[in-house]
Write a protein that binds this ligand. Structure first.
Ligand code: SF4
Length: 425
């Protein structure tokens, strides 16, 4: 960041003091976070984030051969921003996989060298503790060499309650059954106000942090997320970062942070405008700058789109996630199809963006570089098991669609909230 050009740009944007802190490797303050969100010059904010990104991860952009398994969409939490869940009673869209069926999903891709199986679902009140242990055991038996990354902290909260054990005891049981890491979702945005308005029946931020702490102390690594673009306000997002980095100082258990771009369609808040690509890039950049003790920032291509993810690799992100194989949370609305990219498409997307593709496992151990090991077998399998989406086509605004429809009463509640939250700043 030494060229006169950038120095001039940074000073003109009024970000000289923050840039100096970044150069000295100093932690940014809460007020710095607000300033980065509110500064109109996104290019400069992005360039500062890129400086940190390259210092931590050089030119590398990580990807993973992974498979998602969404074992049930039944959920009793009723989050107003969610289009995935089906109500526990009388909902024709409801499904639950048996552990064996979930394992069969994994066996469907036996010929693909998948290193991570990502398992999440709704909070289904009918599932007993034994179900979760069996689910892990069956998937592990189907794919013994893959890491199983399973259960948001919201699911973990449910599992702990039905187990009637301490979180540490439950994590020991889950590890023995095959759990290797946690995806880290469910905190949404750590604000009591938003919690009360949008997801009051889920664990609050204090409980989320308590469970994440217990997981890390049990030796499990996790990620962390932020769901943005609904009714949250900027100070609430900055507070979210401050809480996460404090826990990271304590445990060192977070591997990656994933800003999740919210998709309003078919939720109770569907009249709200979806975040734009510009907002997506700012979230990537500010999170990279504020979370100085997180090794990695991920641009989840399914949520951000492939084109925005390519740009994000220059705005602070060093990870694009992976091949996915099966994903039910957000589907392509045009054909109501599952979304998937083959490893070749992911690698080509990274190369086209000007970064060095590196295949990782869930713990960021390097498995391959460049086009090494990329196979067309995956293309064939993906075509058999899910419709394929090209990375440079149909991945813009049209993929922002869910698969269920919110009930009328939830929509009314959503409209009230929209009226009382007319802007995000
Ligand atoms: S976000 Fe998760 S907990 Fe909330 S309704 Fe959807 S599936 Fe349930």
């Amino acid at each position: 960041m030494k060229s006169n050009f950038w120095q001039h740009q940074i000073e003109a944007a009024g970000l000289g003091a923050i840039a100096a802190k970044i150069e000295r490797g100093e932690r940014l303050s809460f007020d710095d976070g607000l300033a980065l969100y509110r500064n109109p010059n996104l290019n400069v904010v992005g360039a500062l984030a890129n400086r940190v990104r390259e210092r931590k991860n050089s030119d590398v952009a990580y990807w993973v051969r992974n498979q998602h398994v969404n074992y049930t969409n039944v959920c009793n939490k009723g989050c107003l921003f969610c289009s995935f869940y089906a109500k526990p009673k009388d909902d024709p869209r409801a499904y639950v996989m048996t552990p064996r069926q979930a394992a069969q999903k994994v066996r469907n891709y036996a010929d693909v060298p998948i290193s991570e199986v990502h398992v999440v679902g709704g909070v289904n009140p009918k599932l007993p503790y034994a179900y979760y242990l069996e689910l892990l055991q069956e998937i592990k038996a189907a794919r013994p060499n893959a890491h199983i990354k399973a259960f948001t902290m919201v699911e973990i909260d449910q599992i702990v309650r039905i187990a009637k054990k301490s979180p540490r005891e439950v994590f020991e049981d889950l590890k023995a059954a095959g759990l290797d890491a946690l995806p880290g979702g469910g905190a949404e945005v750590m604000s009591d106000r938003v919690h009360e308005d949008l997801f009051a029946t889920k664990p609050d931020s204090a409980r989320w942090l308590e469970l994440a702490r217990a997981a890390h102390l049990s030796g499990l690594k996790s990620n962390a997320t932020l769901l943005y673009g609904h009714v949250e306000q900027t100070p609430e997002k900055v507070e979210h970062f401050v809480k996460l980095r404090e826990l990271q100082d304590e445990t060192g258990g977070f591997l990656s942070f994933i800003p999740l771009s919210w998709h309003p369609e078919k939720t109770a808040l569907e009249d709200l405008k979806a975040p734009t690509g510009v907002e997506d890039l700012r979230e990537i950049a500010v999170s990279r700058l504020m979370l100085d003790n997180f090794p990695h920032i991920k641009s989840f291509w399914i949520m951000n789109s492939a084109p925005v993810t390519q740009s994000a690799l220059w705005f602070g992100a060093d990870d694009v996630d992976g091949t996915i194989m099966e994903y039910e949370i957000i589907r392509d609305p045009a054909k109501d199809r599952k979304q998937v990219l083959t490893s070749r498409q992911l690698v080509e997307m990274i190369v086209e963006a000007g970064r060095e593709p590196v295949e990782r496992d869930p713990l960021y151990n390097v498995l391959s570089r460049g086009l090494e090991g990329v196979s067309d077998v995956e293309t064939l399998l993906s075509n058999q098991n899910a419709d394929l989406i090209q990375p440079s086509a149909n991945l813009g605004i049209t993929q922002r669609e869910g698969i269920t429809t919110a009930s009328q009463s939830l929509k009314e509640r959503g409209r009230e909230l929209i009226e009382s939250n007319s802007h995000r700043l």
